[in-house]
Design a protein around this ligand. Structure first.
Ligand SMILES: C[S@@+](CC[C@H](N)C(=O)[O-])C[C@H]1O[C@@H](n2cnc3c(N)ncnc32)[C@H](O)[C@@H]1O
Length: 420
């Protein structure tokens, strides 16, 4: 049988990949952006103009790789449980910071600094190198790649640490939790609780300031990624059209997102509400130019809302609560709501299977599993968001949903109607 390129998926993908990569390079060149590399100084974010073709190139290349591997190879590669071993060691011992920027070190030096056995250091880093974290330009010499250099930022290192020290053990117990407590909506019925002597993540973080601080850095680290960058919050909603407004950032954590919003929109005043430990830490870090318009207040979002505002903004707050608790958080707003008040969520909207680039869908579905393992919660589709608010109170009217191509989170708006 002779080879017929018109019936070969591999040949079609390769042709599409070639065409797409040349469009990508043109788009990058037009933006004076370098061709992608692993170089430690390579830019981390892509220009928006190149996102669509980049998504296509990623999906074509990934499908080619999957097609060329056998079924168990695919499962082994995507299973990736080993990846957490090397990443855990790298983040726990802050190994990225032991390699000088633009310079080199040795396995022996890293062993000396960390107190680990040199052979252990070598096997850990050589595994990480297969994920493009560090490189070995000559035997025994370690230098940075773009990814290892990123981990010299303590916030990014805490993000890896939170993933490998908190979420990985929780994920390893998720199936056990699903068997033990089928359908439970309780945060202490989770893989996380099974890995933490029965305590929910909320109990653990409340009782352990160091872990709470790391978790808060983990949330900040997402801002370093294109898909979660604060620029989407600024551009994906017409904040300017609101005029002078009071905005409450409920469960705002470090307030890092609405602080950017306040910087861009001088008519927006912000109150960040969170638990005491967060507010104590962040309250003193308000830049002087925002002193009049930005403050942190302790507030339990399950208690009746105390601030009458124009906008209640929730970023990544509901996705880690089950429907039962989300409903309580929504109902707690009602005593403060005036007609026309807006509730604006910044959350993922789960797509129909196959509706978005494959690699983006994989990110979202991974997040959904993390929400299950850590919190007995889940990511929601737009219909589920609408259903959640309608069930909490029919006076919430769905208004709009917006999401830019390179954002993982949508901006979903509900408006409070006095009567219905
Ligand atoms: C997933 S984080 C999101 C933080 C921030 N909005 C962001 O996008 O980075 C959830 C936040 O909810 C806060 N939180 C949890 N329970 C709370 C409660 N009962 N009252 C107020 N805030 C709470 C946590 O401290 C944390 O800052």
């Amino acid at each position: 049988m002779s080879f017929d390129p018109s019936t070969s998926r591999l040949a079609k993908l390769t042709t599409s990949l070639l065409e797409t990569v040349s469009k990508l390079e043109e788009a990058l060149h037009a933006q004076r952006f370098p061709s992608p590399s692993f170089d430690e100084d390579a830019p981390a974010l892509f220009p928006k103009e190149a996102i669509g073709v980049r998504d296509m190139a990623i999906d074509y290349a990934a499908e080619i790789q999957d097609l060329l591997q056998g079924p168990l190879d695919i499962i082994y590669r995507h299973g990736s449980f080993n990846n957490c071993v090397s990443l855990q060691a790298i983040s726990r011992f802050k190994i990225a910071s032991l390699v000088p920027a633009g310079g080199k070190t040795t396995y022996a030096n890293i062993a000396k600094e960390t107190g680990l056995d040199e052979r252990a250091v070598r096997r850990i880093i050589r595994h990480a190198i297969t994920m493009r974290v560090f490189r070995e330009p000559e035997p025994g010499i370690i230098a940075h790649t773009q990814a290892s250099k990123a981990l010299t930022n303590p916030i990014a290192n805490d993000w890896v640490s939170c993933g490998t020290e908190e979420m990985w053990p929780a994920s390893a117990k998720m199936v056990e939790a699903l068997e033990k407590w089928p359908g439970s909506q309780e945060p202490n019925h989770t893989g996380f609780a099974l890995a933490n002597n029965g305590e929910s993540i909320y109990q653990v973080l409340t009782g352990n300031p160091e872990r709470a601080y790391r978790f808060s850095n983990n949330m900040k680290a997402y801002m370093l990624m294109q898909e979660y960058n604060v620029s989407h919050v600024i551009t994906d909603y017409d904040w300017g059209s609101l005029g002078h407004v009071q905005l409450v950032d409920v469960g705002g954590g470090a307030g890092h997102v609405t602080m950017e919003l306040a910087k861009h929109f001088p008519k927006i005043s912000v109150v960040v509400q969170d638990m005491e430990r967060m507010v104590e830490k962040e309250g003193s870090r308000i830049p002087i130019e925002l002193a009049e318009r930005f403050k942190y207040v302790v507030h339990d979002m399950f208690a009746p809302q105390a601030v009458q505002a124009d906008v209640y903004y929730f970023r990544w707050v509901f996705h880690n609560w089950s429907d039962k608790y989300c409903s309580l958080i929504i109902k707690a707003l009602i005593p403060a709501l005036k007609p026309g008040a807006r509730v604006i969520l910044n959350e993922a909207c789960m797509p129909d299977p196959g509706a978005i680039p494959y690699w983006r869908e994989k990110y979202l579905r991974s997040f959904d599993l993390i929400m299950g393992a850590g919190f007995a919660a889940h990511e929601r589709s737009i219909d589920e968001w609408k259903g959640l608010f309608a069930e909490a109170d029919p006076r919430f009217t769905f208004q709009s949903v917006n999401q830019s191509e390179d954002s993982a989170l949508a901006i979903i708006e509900f408006v409070w109607a006095a009567e219905k």
